[in-house]
Design a binder for this molecule. Structure first.
Ligand SMILES: Nc1ncnc2c1ncn2[C@@H]1O[C@H](COP(=O)(O)OP(=O)(O)OP(=O)(O)O)[C@@H](O)[C@H]1O
Ligand SMILES: CC(=O)N[C@H]1[C@@H]2OC[C@@H](O2)[C@@H](O)[C@@H]1O[C@H](C)C(=O)O
Length: 402
């Protein structure tokens, strides 16, 4: 038997697996690395994060990714080179992460690598009938496996699409296994570049469980902060937005898009929520001369209202009331006090952070990919039912180190 296949067989039978989860999201801020000890699988999964770090992307890395990120027309050779380069860079970041902590590669069972999303084009966005839902994450897993010496699972989203999904969000698998609690209605709300939530009803009936993106989270706030204040990468503590006033007419135009009228589950990216999207709404509302604080206040309100309206809609379609739901926040938007304040005003739910459930909100998405890898290697069949959007499949391609 090939020694790596034998290793996988042994890993699958271990009581506890050491799995590194990696996530680099749409904010292009860096690579989240979460070292997890995972025992069990499926609903019996238990995760302990033993180490976590976000390794910031250098300006050079951001610059090179931005050349292709969310763009329809690019230099194709650059994308091909970037796929290899990001794989090598991520491997080096993992090696540094381990070295700093005196952990050897032999102590790690698996790496679960999300990769860097460069284009996310569900059918809703590309609108070309003969083509399927499409998404591309780069940073080839073979580079990570060879350079770290650790078996690596990567490219999780393709199987989801192959099995009938949109390739995102995938959070529901981990959210259901780690945070589903019988007798308690929970909503796991992640506010990254794009915001999404997993609806976990008290029944834990997989047929009533779903996950959906809601629209922009931080992506437009970050984009226009950088545009008006090039020295800042985001509106820290909403300092700028707080000085502004929401422009209601602009807000109405921002919210007037077919994406918001689409049924759940749905997914989207910065391909739609771009500078052009905002500029078109500025023109339609004749507010091109808006001040930077007013624009940031309006964009923050746009995120808050679209998230809140999606949650209202989800709960209205259930047998329960908003007051009966606990919302667990994660992702960078949790640190935006104005966004969170407005959400609390718009949603009469009971607000918490995933940290209270033992998983830090900044690490959660990286952990979710470690859980997906755990399922692929050690999980048993779990049926999420027949409804659209959550195919009952394992995900990730396996790269062997030698
Ligand atoms: N103190 C803060 N005040 C306001 N916003 C903050 C603060 N801290 C973080 N953020 C926001 O969080 C963002 C980073 O979020 P996160 O790391 O969840 O993004 P991501 O992983 O790229 O997202 P995605 O879920 O799209 O993959 C920052 O760009 C910023 O908008
Ligand atoms: C294509 C892509 O990278 N999508 C991300 C992004 O970040 C948030 C939202 O948009 C979500 O759909 C997804 O990530 C999470 C981890 C998911 O798949 O659940």
């Amino acid at each position: 038997m090939n020694k790596n296949i034998n290793a996988l067989y042994q890993i699958a039978q271990k009581e506890t697996r050491s799995i590194i989860g990696l996530m680099s999201g749409t904010s292009l801020d860096g690579l989240d690395i979460a070292l997890c000890e995972i025992s069990g699988s499926g609903q019996n999964s238990a995760v302990k994060i033993t180490k976590f770090e976000t390794i910031d992307y250098s300006e050079d890395i951001k610059f090179e990714i931005r050349k292709v990120f969310a763009k329809k027309e690019i230099d194709f050779q650059h994308l091909v080179m970037l796929n290899e380069w990001i794989g090598i860079l991520h491997a080096e970041m993992i090696n540094d992460f381990l070295k700093k902590r005196n952990i050897s590669a032999s102590q790690i069972d698996l790496i679960a690598s999300h990769g860097q999303t460069v284009l996310h084009a569900p059918k809703f966005l590309h609108q070309q009938e003969k083509f399927p839902n499409a998404t591309l994450q780069i940073g080839d897993g073979d580079h990570i496996a060879v350079k770290t010496g650790i078996i690596t699972l990567s490219d999780f989203r393709q199987k989801h699409i192959a099995a009938g999904g949109e390739g995102a969000p995938l959070a529901v698998y981990g959210d259901y296994f780690l945070f589903g609690k019988k007798g308690e209605n929970r909503i796991m709300l992640n506010m990254g570049g794009i915001a999404n939530f997993t609806f976990l009803p008290a029944s834990l009936n997989p047929e009533e469980t779903f996950v959906t993106d809601t629209g922009t989270g931080n992506t437009l706030i970050d984009l226009f902060t950088k545009q008006y204040y090039p020295e800042k990468s985001y509106d820290k503590d909403a300092e700028i937005a707080r000085k502004g006033t929401v422009n209601q007419l602009l807000l109405d135009h921002l919210k007037d898009d077919a994406f918001f009228r689409q049924e759940f589950p749905k997914t989207i990216g910065p391909e739609l929520f771009s500078a052009e999207y905002v500029k078109a709404a500025l023109v339609r509302s004749s507010s091109e001369t808006i001040s930077a604080p007013d624009l940031l206040a309006t964009l923050t309100r746009f995120s808050a209202e679209t998230i809140a309206e999606a949650i209202h809609y989800a709960v209205n379609n259930s047998a329960d009331r908003l007051e009966d739901f606990k919302i667990y926040l994660s992702g960078g938007g949790t640190h935006n006090p104005l966004l969170v304040q407005w959400l609390k005003e718009l949603l009469p739910c009971d607000f918490h952070k995933t940290d209270e459930l033992g998983i830090s909100g900044d690490a959660k998405e990286a952990v979710l990919f470690a859980v997906l890898a755990n399922e692929t290697i050690a999980g048993e069949d779990f049926n999420f039912g027949s409804h659209k959007g959550i195919p009952s499949v394992t995900m990730g391609k396996i790269s062997l180190p030698d």
